[in-house]
Design a protein around this ligand. Structure first.
Ligand SMILES: Nc1ncnc2c1ncn2[C@@H]1O[C@H](COP(=O)(O)OP(=O)(O)OP(=O)(O)O)[C@@H](O)[C@H]1O
Ligand SMILES: [Mg+2]
Length: 238
């Protein structure tokens, strides 16, 4: 008599993806104005990865990044953050995910102009429930780790582009998000600051965050652990 062989134990625990999508389709507009922006069977990004999303203008990079960041509800397909399905109909759950599980780094930095560097970071902490001295301490640590502690009291307009970007990263990391997404984060940076940003993002991955980076910038390629190339909304090369 033969018995079914026991299930194979994995050699090491299989990591859960920070973000995973399947059957993803996104179409903008309707009728004649319809644009098929995205069509991706499956994509998962794991803790420790820096995934570079490349592709020509209009290939769907921002659309993909926006879906991964839960900022855009896809026309079809599901998205999981940390193993949990995102329910786009549940606004409170969405707000919580965006506040606590995802850090956003935008090309325009999108810092709040009337607030100092520290206050920009503490605002993100406050939104997720960390307040007072604990928030201040954490903000100071983050600014320090990004090399901008000496600019803690400056407002965005008094910071250089590179400094603003580092404050924006500090803010994105405030709540230890499992996923950090960045869309063209070096578009407004010179080469030195772009390389520095690459190092910062790589070190985030080293600390267990998953990083997804949409970019045209070849200077960031050396920092990637994996690259995909989009063409007309599809993954053309991996
Ligand atoms: N809000 C929108 N309404 C209609 N079409 C859109 C919208 N946003 C993007 N598109 C279209 O969807 C496609 C993918 O756009 P997307 O912004 O994702 O490209 P991208 O790769 O980020 O380009 P770029 O490198 O120029 O930033 C393009 O054809 C674009 O014109
Ligand atoms: Mg784009």
């Amino acid at each position: 008599m033969t018995y079914p062989s026991p299930p194979q134990m994995p050699a090491r625990p299989v990591a859960m993806p920070a973000v995973a999508v399947s059957g993803l389709v996104h179409t903008y507009g309707r009728g004649h104005a319809e644009v098929h922006a995205l069509d991706i069977d499956a994509l998962a990004v794991f803790p420790g990865e820096v995934l570079l999303v490349e592709g020509p203008s209009g290939s769907g990079k921002t659309t993909l990044i926006s879906v991964l960041g839960t900022l855009l509800r896809p026309t079809r397909g599901g998205i999981e953050i940390g193993g949990r399905a995102v329910d786009f109909g549940d606004q409170r759950a969405l707000d919580r995910i965006r506040r606590s599980e995802i850090g956003f780094v935008f090309q325009s930095f999108s810092l709040l102009a009337p607030l100092t560097a520290t206050e920009n970071v503490t605002a993100a902490l406050n939104a997720a429930g960390t307040r007072g001295r604990a928030a201040h301490r954490r903000a100071t640590e983050l600014l320090d780790s990004l090399g901008v502690a000496h600019r803690a009291h400056a407002r965005p307009r008094d910071l250089s582009g590179g400094e603003q970007q580092r404050v924006a990263i500090a803010r994105a990391l405030a709540n230890e998000p499992r996923l950090v997404i960045a869309d063209e984060p070096t578009a407004n940076l010179d080469t030195d600051h772009s390389l520095e940003l690459g190092h910062v993002l790589a070190s985030l991955a080293g600390r267990g965050h998953a990083v997804v980076l949409a970019t045209h910038d070849p200077r960031l390629e050396p920092f990637a652990t994996r690259r995909i190339r989009l063409l007309d909304g599809r993954i053309a090369a991996e």
